[in-house]
Ligand binder design. Structure first.
Ligand code: URC
Length: 309
């Protein structure tokens, strides 16, 4: 039998800690048609009487990192998230007081702030992530003709309801459950091409055009009851083409930022969308939905791959 006892070597274990890092937890609280959101990235790090797992591999003192992850999601559902500080204090106290070998818990939390999208539709469940998007433009001139393509990237938006996805094609590899109430979130990358091409014609008001195009995009996102991200994309593009006569073409690349309902049944907790739920915000893989929306009769010139622009 292998001798796993502490080797007689002039070597000792120094500081050590362990836990589950970057638990992406999104808690929606429903107050009638008004939703509130808490979006956290929670990292748990525990330390204490952990010599044996390092020296001999005995796991007797090790609360699995998987358990620390489950605790984060279960606490979000059971106790809610009032503030990152309150949530972190609650978790740290739990680990230190419930597991004798754990002497110290360090909980690090990043919180992502969301603002409401003001719009004239019903409900208050549409949000835009705080922080500026990056505004973009590309100008091409051959001495006679101008081409101006502007746009933005890194604009993160979410609807916490009014999104479904069902009735899709199925084959033997399909496992996705149909969704009748899901979160729809994306990080918008969009480009729009101006019709203006000739110095003899009046130039568009570039600043006003950007502000209004962004506004229409956000409002279409907020006001569209979505059966797919494809439908929402088209609604955003169509609204821009309808309202902004200076633009001929819009192209969007929309990653579907999946939010999965966490299964809390094993802990006796019901987690369904109807009364405010806890989600795991996945970062990859992600669906990627891309399309061009054109003014009828105009040519599509924005490159298919927006990273080339
Ligand atoms: O809005 C969506 N469109 C899809 O094409 C798709 N595919 C998928 O798995 N989920 C979704 N959601």
């Amino acid at each position: 039998m292998a001798d796993n006892s502490r080797p007689a070597r002039p070597v000792i274990l120094g500081q050590n800690q362990y836990g589950k890092a970057e638990n992406r937890v999104v808690k929606i609280t429903r107050d009638g048609a008004t939703h509130h959101i808490k979006d956290l990235n929670v990292s748990v790090s525990l330390s204490g009487d952990m010599d044996e797992v390092h020296y001999s591999g005995s796991n007797a003192n090790v609360l699995p990192t998987d358990t620390t992850k489950n605790t984060v999601y279960a606490f979000a559902k059971e106790h809610g998230i009032e503030s990152a500080e309150q949530f972190g204090i609650h978790l740290a106290r739990h680990f230190v007081t419930s597991q004798e070998p754990i002497h110290q818990a360090r909980i690090r939390i990043e919180e992502y702030a969301w603002e409401r999208i003001e719009h004239s539709g019903k409900g208050a469940h549409s949000f835009v992530r705080q922080g500026q998007e990056t505004r973009l433009t590309q100008i091409t001139y051959d001495g006679a003709t101008w081409e101006v393509v502007s746009g933005l990237k890194d604009l993160v938006v979410m609807n916490s309801t009014d999104s479904e996805f069902w009735g899709y094609a199925k084959d033997k590899y399909t496992t996705l459950k149909e969704a009748h109430d899901r979160i729809l979130a994306t990080e918008v990358s969009g480009r729009w091409r101006f019709g203006w091409s000739d110095d003899a014609d009046p130039m568009p008001d570039w600043e006003e055009s950007y502000a209004q195009t962004k506004r229409h995009l956000l409002q279409a996102f907020a006001e569209t009851y979505s059966l797919s991200l494809q439908q929402t994309l088209y609604a955003m593009g169509a609204r821009i083409i309808d309202h902004r006569g200076e633009l001929d073409e819009v192209r969007f690349s929309l990653p579907n930022k999946h939010h999965f309902l966490v299964d809390l049944e094993p802990f006796g907790l019901k987690n369904d969308t109807a009364d405010g739920a806890v989600y795991f915000a996945a970062d990859r893989p992600y669906g990627l939905i891309e399309a061009t929306v054109l003014r009828d009769g105009r040519e599509a010139r924005i490159p298919v791959d927006l990273t080339n622009l």
